[in-house]
Design a protein around this ligand. Structure first.
Ligand code: N01
Length: 541
């Protein structure tokens, strides 16, 4: 570490690119962050590991990848012109169109010249002498920036399971989040998918249509709910465009920044008939209505939750012909909504196909990957292709895997060994001028990404006005916020099972709810309040 800083502080030459702000990542957050900074006349650039923009929508190009929230509630809201000229084709848009959209935004606002592609970050070190950040990419390109904005996303660092023999497999293997750009042909192939999270549940029906045989290795069944996607007809398109203001106003008011909000009634206060009719009503609606539109107390009361969980189990059983198989697909030992609810299109019917089988690896665990396929405790499954739909080291993973070192030389990984410590999710003490617009708020991603990126732009603008060069959260503010954030999840259903929400899908990671859970409106109010109080909780130099 000391060596790296010395190397930079002695470098007073033009080989090191000088920037006011360096944004890491050209995903949904980074693109809008760059736009905002350039609007304010700040000399800013994105360093992006991929060869194109899109972030999540660049990397996760597996068959079936799509939005689970409405295309028009996930879209950027900052430009009326953009809203009016972009035509979403589907209510829940697929990955190819999402990637096109983000490319369109990049070009419309002339951002591409300020993006350095194929620039995977090797190190980000605070230089005590210059008071700036020294950044180096894996191919040796170097930059010095006053501000670093780590727009690295929340589901970026992938989770490859540590299964013995994983490198010995002779066929093709893919992680869903590193899917190749060329289409993968599964015709006549024996394919295995490991995992049954939201990703696998989108992918499995698509692969099953093509594969010779598909074996799904399931450890934990899911409460998946029908997405009910549809093409957007011309008259609907106009209505969507005419009602953007209302759509975003609605999202601003809801707990999760979605178009759906919890019903204020308790599931326990209504009659069984009213309850069942309401469950049927939300189940028939598209998207997350079946989760965020339910009785509010399904997220806090075990009793209320169990009523809905049983309703969902019944819905799963109705769709699978083989009763024994249906039972394996029905979750029984954790509450509905404790894991992120996957949205599906024909997922359960896929198991009625002759070319699809389910391997219950809870019953008979995976022992190893062999040159021929997957070996479980009681059989070996010969495969041509293995797909790892095994998820992510979420929220903190990309930051802790990157070599980011603050004022004292400590890395984020070291500092967060016992869980993340931030103020407002956006800064961590001893890492001055480092902003994390990371989306660590339980929120429809773009809705809160806009809030925090705008807040960062305003903050930098404020600093320029006042002549400040350095901003840093205080340890006191960080301690108070971390304690407050951790206290919010007490009693919440999320804590009742293991998932990436809880960090417990990653061996050795501290088990705690990783999102700020006070709701999107409370987070937005906090941002506004802190700014109005001259950035209370931060100190400037
Ligand atoms: O990852 P996951 P994901 N042996 O962690 C299993 C977002 N997303 O990529 O549950 C066997 O949910 C693991 O099993 P278990 C969305 O927020 C968004 O599917 O740990 N199995 C689980 O089944 C989502 O929540 C969209 O027992 C192993 C699976 O792998 C998030 O991405 C679309 C294993 C991992 O599931 C992550 O979803 C899709 C092992 N060793 C996804 N290791 C949108 O709509 C892991 N598993 C925007």
């Amino acid at each position: 570490m000391a060596q790296a800083q010395q190397k930079f502080s002695s470098d007073v030459n033009a080989e090191v690119e000088q920037l006011d702000a360096l944004v890491i990542g050209a995903g949904v957050t980074g693109i809008y962050q760059l736009y905002g900074l350039l609007q304010k006349g700040i000399n800013a650039k994105i360093f992006e590991a991929g060869s194109g923009v899109g972030g999540t929508w660049y990397w996760n190009r597996y068959p079936g990848a799509r939005f689970d929230s409405e295309s028009y509630s996930y879209a950027y809201s900052f430009s009326d012109e953009l809203l009016q000229e972009w035509n979403w084709k589907e209510h829940y848009s697929g990955q190819p169109e999402n990637e096109q959209y983000l490319n369109y935004v990049t070009d419309k606002f002339k951002l591409r010249p300020n993006i350095r592609f194929n620039a995977r970050i090797k190190s980000v070190h605070f230089n005590n002498a210059s008071g700036r950040w020294d950044v180096e990419t894996e191919d040796g390109y170097r930059a010095s920036a006053q501000f670093v904005i780590a727009a690295v996303g929340i589901l970026s660092a992938n989770n490859m399971p540590n299964i013995p023999g994983i490198d010995s497999f002779k066929g093709d293997s893919f992680h869903t989040s590193r899917w190749p750009k060329e289409a993968v042909d599964f015709t006549n192939k024996r394919v295995g998918v490991i995992g049954t999270g939201a990703t696998a549940i989108q992918l499995i029906p698509e692969v099953a249509k093509q594969a010779g045989h598909l074996a799904v290795f399931q450890r934990t069944p899911q409460y998946a709910a029908p997405l009910r996607n549809a093409l957007i007809a011309d008259d609907e398109q106009q209505k969507i465009k005419d009602s953007y203001a209302e759509t975003f106003a609605k999202c601003d008011k809801t707990f999760g920044g979605f178009m759906h909000d919890f019903d204020p009634r308790s599931a326990l206060e209504v009659t069984p008939e009213v309850r069942e009719a309401f469950f049927e009503e939300i189940w028939a609606q598209p998207g997350f209505s079946k989760w965020f539109g339910c009785f509010h107390d399904i997220m806090t009361s075990n009793e209320a939750n169990e009523l809905y969980a049983e309703f969902v189990r019944k819905k799963i059983r109705e769709r699978v012909n083989d009763k024994e198989l249906a039972e394996k697909l029905v979750p029984k030992d954790y509450p509905f909504g404790a894991k992120r609810v996957p949205m599906e299109t024909g997922y359960y019917e896929t198991y009625n196909r002759d070319n699809v089988s389910l391997v219950d690896v809870h019953e008979s665990p995976i022992i190893s990957i062999t040159p021929k396929g997957v070996k479980t405790a009681d059989a070996e499954y010969e495969l041509d292709v293995i797909i790892y739909a095994t998820g992510f080291d979420a929220i903190t993973g990309e930051l802790t895997r990157m070599d980011i070192r603050g004022r004292g030389g400590e890395s984020i990984k070291e500092k967060w060994a016992d869980g993340p410590r931030t103020y407002m999710t956006v800064q961590t003490a001893d890492f001055p001028n480092l902003f994390i617009p990371g989306g660590a708020v339980f929120c429809n991603f773009t809705r809160c990404a806009e809030v925090i990126t705008e807040w960062i732009c305003d903050c930098i603008d404020y600093m320029r006005d006042k002549g400040h060069t350095l901003i840093e959260t205080t340890v006191e503010a960080e301690d108070a916020w971390t304690e407050h954030a951790n206290s919010l999840t007490e009693g919440m259903i999320f804590t009742k099972t293991d998932s990436w929400f809880m960090g417990s899908n990653i061996p050795g990671k501290k088990r705690q709810f990783l999102f700020y859970a006070a709701g999107a409106p409370a987070f937005r109010d906090k941002c506004a309040d802190v700014a109005a109080k001259d950035y209370e909780g931060f100190v400037f130099k």
